[in-house]
Design a binder for this molecule. Structure first.
Ligand code: NAD
Length: 427
């Protein structure tokens, strides 16, 4: 794909615009990221040398509340990617009716090459560089690809040191002992599970007869694979960055998770092993996994996985996007023509930011909730918004993705308008 990820992401907005009646000014406002910060992060390496890493924080829009979004550590992180992820966060928070705008951060780094101490220095350095830009009332961080609760704990601690007071609400996805919410670790997958459950009834899906393939076996992918396995679904394939495994009879997901976790290397932050080494299953590539003949395909790794190059080979009946942006806008059109139902990222993976919101509320009120309370509030929100988007898609005869954007645009447009547009003052 030659055009930028952000240009491609913006096409979803263009497609939804014709179904909303919001002011031109509000639409214009939502086409551009509000602020993009690029920072250089000097890190003293264990061997005494100095390395400079490039970091980003983008606040896309804060009309509905402070910016909210994760921080990604990956060698392919670019400003374009971070802007796209911040754009999706803006719409995701509006889809879920959370009082947040959208933001995202990232550092261009292969974290698997760093020692634990180097990783800590990088994480603290990133916060030193962006400290004036973030805060519990301005922009709140969370985990994303290759960042986790340990890293969130370091980030919150560093920010608190700079501000000379404890500021737990500046970062969500922290370890529970540092003010993290129960259920945040499984929230993205749990939210996706509730969406699948709510949709299963509409498609008469019987778990035992429903086959599933999951691409990506990290926080989101491994948990959703396990939840579906436990609910009786036949998870026939899973994969990670190194490849995947397939079994027609279905995989034993808890043992694969156990296998991956028990093979941690010395860094104890990233798994050194891969699902490919599980044994006695057929090994498949990530590309093969995407084109398996399954009922449900769950991309849960990175963006741009279903593209014009492979969309014609996709055989799944339904796609639940747990990853952000796994399908390009061109591929989307073809999936629609093929009659494949795509449940979009801004709904399906919104459980993560929803429980992040719960964590922020708990940090600010000082009252902490039980796991049952977190999950029951999450279920209520996921089911409610899934139903609304479903009805909107039926009413407008559009895809679930367009319906989700329309749903979000209505809320965003109303907020932009209320802050003052020409229409607002003249009508
Ligand atoms: P993670 O770092 O925990 O896991 C990423 C997984 O993807 C790993 O298993 C890794 O091996 C695999 N992977 C990396 N490159 C791959 C490739 N080229 N092909 C196949 N697999 C590959 O990250 P995560 O938090 O699980 O995030 C996964 C996706 O879910 C991302 O798109 C992220 O933006 C999205 N997401 C995460 C959250 C969250 O709360 N963690 C919330 C919403 C959305």
């Amino acid at each position: 794909m030659s055009e930028s990820l952000f240009a491609d992401a913006s096409k979803r907005l263009a497609r939804a615009m014709k179904y909303v009646s919001i002011s031109e000014e509000a639409l214009e406002h939502l086409k551009y990221p509000q602020t993009s910060l690029i920072v250089s992060i000097p890190v003293r390496m264990d061997n005494g040398s100095l390395r400079i890493f490039q970091g980003y924080r983008v606040r896309y829009d804060d009309t509905r509340g402070p910016g909210k979004g994760g921080v990604r550590y990956h060698p392919n992180v670019t400003l374009d990617e971070v802007q796209s992820l911040a754009f999706w966060m803006t719409f995701k928070c509006a889809v879920m009716n959370l009082p947040f705008g959208g933001a995202k951060g990232g550092v261009t780094v292969n974290p698997k090459e760093l020692s634990k101490l180097e990783l800590e220095r990088l994480s603290r350095g990133y916060i030193d560089a962006i400290a004036d830009f973030i805060g519990p009332d301005t922009d709140i961080l969370a985990p994303d690809v290759y960042t986790n609760p340990t890293i969130m704990g370091w980030m919150m601690d560093e920010y608190s040191i700079i501000k000379r007071k404890l500021c737990p609400a500046v970062v969500t996805g922290k370890p529970v002992t540092l003010g993290g919410s129960l259920g945040r670790d499984t929230a993205t997958a749990m939210g996706a599970f509730f969406t699948i459950e709510a949709s299963a009834a509409k498609f008469d899906l019987i778990p035992q007869e429903t086959t599933v393939a999951v691409q990506g076996f990290g926080n989101a992918g491994a948990h959703i694979a396990e939840m579906l396995f436990k609910a009786g679904y036949k998870v026939v394939a899973v994969s990670d960055s190194q490849g995947g495994v397939y079994s027609k009879k279905g995989l034993d997901i808890p043992s694969i998770r156990h296998f991956k976790q028990s093979h941690k290397g010395i860094q104890a932050i990233y798994c050194q092993d891969t699902v490919c080494n599980v044994g006695e299953h057929e090994n498949i590539s990530n590309q093969e996994l995407l084109t398996l003949d399954v009922d449900i395909l769950i991309p849960a790794a990175l963006e741009n996985q279903i593209t014009e190059a492979n969309v014609n080979d996709i055989k799944a009946k339904m796609i639940f996007e747990v990853a952000n942006g796994p399908t390009t806008s061109e591929a989307d059109k073809i999936l629609e023509q093929k009659g494949i139902y795509v449940f979009p990222d801004i709904l399906v993976n919104a459980g993560g930011v929803t429980v992040s919101y719960f964590e922020w509320v708990q940090n600010r009120s000082g009252l902490y909730w039980s796991l049952e309370e977190v999950n029951s509030r999450l279920r209520q929100k996921m089911v409610e918004e899934t139903q609304q988007i479903w009805h909107l898609s039926q009413e407008l005869a559009v895809s679930m993705r367009t319906a989700a954007y329309v749903h979000a645009l209505n809320r965003l447009g109303e907020a932009v308008n209320a802050k003052g547009t020409r229409d607002y003052y003249t009508s």
